[in-house]
Structure formats: structure tokens, C-alpha cells
Design a protein around this ligand. Structure first.
Ligand code: SF4
Length: 171
């Protein structure tokens, strides 16, 4: 089973009420090959919400207590972020997830890039809190830029592959 950031599957769960729809993500969910999660919603946040960034490090640093997750108004939301990540991990384990495709640059879902904590739009190399926790538990995490037929092929069944391949003749 694949895990996908809910915003990639078209759910309006982003902080601003929008989504980041990706057609392949939507198909994988519709074909029963993927489940969706939003770590921020699972951490107790609402949509709409104040944007947050990791300050003082990366998702790894948050998990080890060396960095915090702060919202733009200066509120420490680290506890909610850790709760969301643990809930996602539990869901992933319960569903036998082996791979995750996650929205890049999110302080929860980012797999290669996150914002630098200054709320100025600057990106730095690093992973989000949930992505780090999932990878620590053996779940391969990809960014949304990696959502290609070739990359999902090892994680879908033969019938689904034929279905996807038929829709997109050049994987
Ligand atoms: Fe999308 Fe992840 Fe942000 Fe939720 S936490 S809106 S799933 S990027």
C-alpha cells in the first residue's frame, strides 16, 4: 500500500484551504492502491490555519528535541506536530504501507526541502517531521516531484499497473 499526502490527492487540507492535486495521486487512491493522510490535520490543526515552519533544524531535530515547530504568530506547535506524525505512522503500519509520496517543502511532509523557519519563503535541504519518522520505520518516502509511473510501479498490483499504463502509454 502507498501513503499519499492528502493535499496531493485533491483534498482541501492545506493551511490556506487549498490543495496540491496531482492526477496520478488521485488515480492511485481511486484504484485502491493508496491511502491519504494529512499530518497537520491529524495533529489537531484546522483548515484554515496559521502557517508553520521548523525553527532551528529539520524534522530529525524536532524528533530529537533540538528544534521546534513554530507558527507564524510565534506559537510553539511542536507537540501537535509530533502527535500528527505518530498518528500517520500508526495508520501506515496498520495498512501495510511500504512507500509514501509526500508534498515537498512542508514541515511535516517534505522529503528533501523545507522552509528555513524565517517565514520568508527561503528553502533549505531537509525533511519534515512526518517524513523523517516514516523513513526511520522503513517506509520509503518520495516527494511529489517523484510521482511518476516508473516510481509507483513497484508498489501497485498488476491490474492497477495495466490500468495506469493504458492511460499513460509512456511510463
Ligand atoms: Fe499536505 Fe502534508 Fe501539508 Fe497536510 S501537512 S496539507 S498533507 S503537505
Amino acid at each position: 500500500m502507498i501513503l499519499i499526502s492528502a493535499c496531493l490527492a485533491g483534498f482541501n487540507v492545506r493551511y490556506d484551504g487549498g490543495n496540491a492535486r496531482n492526477n496520478l495521486a488521485v488515480k492511485l487512491v481511486a484504484l485502491g492502491q493508496a491511502i491519504t493522510v494529512c499530518p497537520e490535520i491529524m495533529g489537531g490543526f484546522a483548515t484554515l490555519r496559521v502557517p508553520v515552519e521548523i525553527q532551528g533544524g529539520t524534522g530529525r531535530d524536532v524528533l530529537t528535541g533540538r528544534a521546534k515547530v513554530m507558527n507564524r504568530e510565534g506559537r510553539d506547535v511542536t507537540r501537535q506536530y509530533l502527535q500528527g506524525a505518530q498518528m500517520v505512522l500508526k495508520i501506515a503500519r496498520d495498512h501495510g504501507v511500504t512507500a509514501a509520496f509526500l508534498k515537498q517543502k512542508s514541515p511535516a511532509c517534505g522529503t528533501k526541502l523545507i522552509y528555513d523557519g524565517k517565514f520568508a519563503g527561503n528553502k533549505v535541504p531537509g525533511e519534515g517531521v512526518t517524513a523523517t519518522l516514516l523513513q526511520d520505520h522503513g517506509i520509503k518516502c518520495f516527494g511529489d516531484e517523484d510521482l511518476t509511473l516508473a516510481n509507483v510501479r513497484p508498489y501497485v498490483d498488476a491490474v492497477t499497473w495495466e490500468n495506469l499504463h493504458h492511460d499513460n502509454p509512456r511510463p
